[in-house]
Structure formats: C-alpha cells, structure tokens
Design a protein around this ligand. Structure first.
Ligand code: HEC
Length: 426
C-alpha cells in the first residue's frame, strides 16, 4: 500500500479480523433440495416442540404456515381497530369543530348532520386502516431485517436461488446441541451446519456514501420551500395550472377598444325587453317597489294574500339562508358573522329586528331595505327574487311580533299548560 491515507483507513479493519473474538453459537442450519422435504421436516421440528426456529425458502411455500405451526395473524384485527379509530376520529373531529369549536350557521342548516360528514369519515377510516395494515405488519414481522446470523454461512446464500433451509436457534429452551443435531440429521436434509454469532458487518462504503448524498439531496426541495416561505418577492407566484384563473375578460362599466363606441358593456339590442320580472313604472309599484302613491306601503301586496302561512314558511327558510348569518336566527343581531367580527376586533354593528326603530318601519320600507340595503348592510335584491323578499318581510314581522307576545296571545290550552308548568316548578 503506497497511499498512506488508505493504509491508516484500512488498518483498524484488518486489526479486528486478526483477533478472533469468542463466538457464541447462534443455532443449527440444515439444507434441503426439495420443497416437500422442507415441509416434512418442518412438521417434525414443530412436533418436537421447538419454538425459536424458522424455515427459509426462495419463494412462498404452500402450507408452510401450518407445517411450522404459525398461528393465524392478528393483523386483520389491527386493521379493523385502525379503521374503527379512523371512523370515530373523523366523526368526532367534524362534530367537535362544527358544533363546539367553530359553530357556524350556514343557510340555517343544522350544525351537525351525518350525511354531510360521511366523505371525511370514509377517508379517515381507509387511511387509518391502511396505517394499521402497514405499520401493524412491520411491527408483527419485524421487517426490515438487515442482518441474520445465517448470512455467515456460504451454503445459506442459495436460499434466494434453489435451496431450502431450517434454522433452529440455540436460544430455544429445547435446544441441546447434540440432540438437536441428531434430529436434524435424521431429516432428509443435506448437511447440518453450526451457525455462530459474529455480529453484523457494516454495509459497503459505497452504499453508505451514496445514501448520505441521497439524503442531502432529499433535503434540497425542503430547503428551497423554506427559503421561499421566508423571502419576499415582487414577482407573481408560480401558477402552473392556470385553469381559467387569468383570462381576458370585459368588466362592466369599463372602456374597451374592441367596440366602436369604446364601451366594454353592451347595451341590449334596440327595442328588446327582458321578459323575467317585466314591470313598467306605475305597474304595481306596491309589489315591485313597496310603494303606494310614493309612500311606503303598510300592507302586503294583493297578489300575495291568498296563502299567508305558505308565505311565512318560505320567509322563515329564506331568512335563515340570507339574513341569519348576520342577524341571527332570532333576529337579535347575534349571527355568526357578527360574533366572528367581534372576535377579530372589527365589530360589525348589526341592528336587531326588535329595536323600536326597526319595528316601526313600514312593510314597504323593509322590502326596500332587503332590495337596496341600508347604511352598512349590503343589498340582496340581486339574490332574492321579489316574491321571496316579501316572504322575508312577512317573516320579519312575525319574528318581531313573537318577541312582544303576551299572555293574551296564548290559546286556552296554552294558558292552562303554562299554569300547570308554573305550579309544577314552585
Ligand atoms: C352581511 C350582514 C348582513 C346580512 C346578511 C343582512 N343584514 Fe340586515 N343589517 C346589517 C347591518 C350591518 C345593519 C345595520 C345597518 C345600519 O348601520 O343601519 C342591518 C340592518 C338591518 C335592518 C334595520 C335597518 C333599519 O335601519 O331599520 C333590517 C330591517 C335588516 N337589516 C334586515 C335584513 C334582512 C331581512 C336580511 C336578509 C335578507 C338582512 N338584513 C341581511 C347586516 C346584514
């Protein structure tokens, strides 16, 4: 060796090989040429009562589990437990977030409803069942196993090719070297070999170095992501999948050179009239604008009076969808948007339906508030059709009335019931 560096590196290695360490017996190994011999031998070893031993083969052998005496795996139960835990976790997570931690009225729907939560419950069940299967399998079979004492046997190398082996470990309580060797020799095996425990050798240097480089390279994307996270840039972010996010479009009320008159917004073809909601000024102002002879109407438009209970029911539903997010289901002004705005320190002052000023508004004025908004409240005319606006107005009235109810509003039965409860409580 002319290279001094190589010499110093190599020296300790040679040293360890030079001094033989006291070697412990790991077990006895016997080799078979045929699968059938292996199976027969396994049954004999199993019946002799050994517990710390194993069969090795180049491919899966049918019936080997029974021949070795391996009990059926408990893996299915682990998978089941994982799946069940995932299901329960998915259910609880959604229940807790939606009803406890962040209760939020969406269109007057209940906080929790099973059908809406099934997709996530399903996904969590699958995910945790898969975790149970993969990690349970690894925990039960002890893989990956990078070292086995039998690797020191030259003969054993053919186990990945065309030979079968049984290895009985010295740690087995029934292991007596002479007797066990006699048993193994009585089997149809070829040769019985003593396996000694020599400790594992390090993997080749090349593999270590390649692994180290690969590990460093694997950190590179993470480092780049971290750098992007903490640095500022004036360039627009990378947008690999454009979908239709950035397409040229005309905006209302903007200029555009495409048309001769320079307007992006096109007027309707001359003489055309939109058919939906066709109404001319003066043609039922009560229904369309909430006005009678220029004054706010105080009554329901004629055409809606036929089915007032139906109108109220529709109004209750529409109120829950369009108004409750800010005004609350009871109209007290404590809807989730309002509560959230408080939390964020940007309070939105929402009026209660039950304030005197609001109660005194005429029906037509309420209709107009929904159509065109008021102060900080946005208009809902574009989203809520005329009929539904009236339905909401009627419902708001009913809501206001409900807060002012007196005993006189109760029926005979209700009064009796109330009396009964009162005396029950005393
Ligand atoms: C985005 C939140 C929000 C929604 C949704 C909303 N409102 Fe309002 N509303 C407000 C705010 C804020 C005010 C107080 C405006 C002000 O400062 O006068 C208000 C005020 C009102 C008032 C009282 C106006 C007055 O001065 O008499 C009425 C009536 C009303 N809303 C009805 C409705 C109805 C009906 C709906 C459903 C169609 C609705 N609001 C939906 C935010 C909302």
């Amino acid at each position: 060796m002319s290279d001094p560096v190589a010499a110093t590196v190599a020296a300790p290695h040679e040293g360890t090989e030079a001094t033989p360490e006291p070697r412990e017996l790991f077990g006895l190994l016997v080799e078979f040429k045929h699968e059938d011999d292996l199976l027969a031998a396994c049954r004999r070893v199993r019946d002799a009562g050994f517990s710390k031993w194993d069969a090795h083969s180049p491919y899966p052998v049918h019936g080997i589990d029974a021949a070795i005496g391996i009990r059926p795996t408990i893996l299915p139960w682990i998978v089941f437990a994982g799946g069940f835990a995932g299901m329960l976790g998915g259910l609880l997570l959604q229940w807790w977030t939606n009803t406890v931690d962040y209760a939020w009225v969406v269109s007057g729907k209940p906080y929790f409803s099973l059908p809406a939560n099934i997709p996530i419950i399903f996904e969590m069940t699958i995910l945790f069942a898969a975790f149970g299967a993969v990690f349970g399998m690894l925990a039960l079979n002890g893989l990956p196993k990078l070292y086995h004492a039998a690797f020191h046997s030259r003969r054993f190398r053919r186990v990945t090719d065309d030979r079968f082996f049984i290895c009985i470990e010295a740690a087995d309580p029934r292991f007596r070297e002479a007797e066990t060797r006699a048993l193994l020799e009585s089997l149809a095996g070829d040769a019985v070999e003593r396996i000694e425990e020599r400790g594992h050798t390090d993997p080749p240097k090349l593999i270590m170095h390649v692994g180290l480089v690969a590990a460093c390279l694997a950190l590179l994307p993470l480092a780049l992501a971290a750098r992007a996270w903490y640095s500022k840039s004036t360039l627009p972010r990378i947008h690999p999948i454009l979908n239709m996010d950035q397409q040229e479009k005309f905006k209302a009320q903007r200029a555009h050179p495409l048309f001769a008159d320079g307007r992006a917004m096109r007027p309707p073809v001359e003489g055309t009239v939109a058919r939906a909601d066709l109404h001319l000024l003066g043609e039922d102002d009560h229904y369309y604008y909430g006005k009678i002879d220029g004054e706010w109407a105080t009554t329901l438009p004629q055409r809606l009076r036929a089915d007032v209970p139906g109108l109220l029911e529709r109004g209750r539903e529409r109120f829950a969808i369009f108004c409750a997010p800010c005004h609350g289901m009871d109209g007290s002004g404590n809807g989730p948007v309002r509560l959230r705005s408080d939390e964020l320190g940007m309070p939105l002052v929402v009026k209660a339906m039950h304030e005197d000023a609001v109660r005194e508004r005429q029906l037509g004025h309420l209709f107009n508030i929904i159509s065109n908004g008021i102060n900080t409240m946005p208009p809902y005319g574009d989203q809520v059709p005329v009929r539904d606006r009236w339905a909401i107005v009627s419902y708001v009235r009913a809501l206001q009335r409900s807060q002012l109810a007196t005993t006189a509003d109760l029926s005979e039965e209700q009064r009796a019931e109330r009396q009964r409860r009162r005396s029950g409580n005393d």
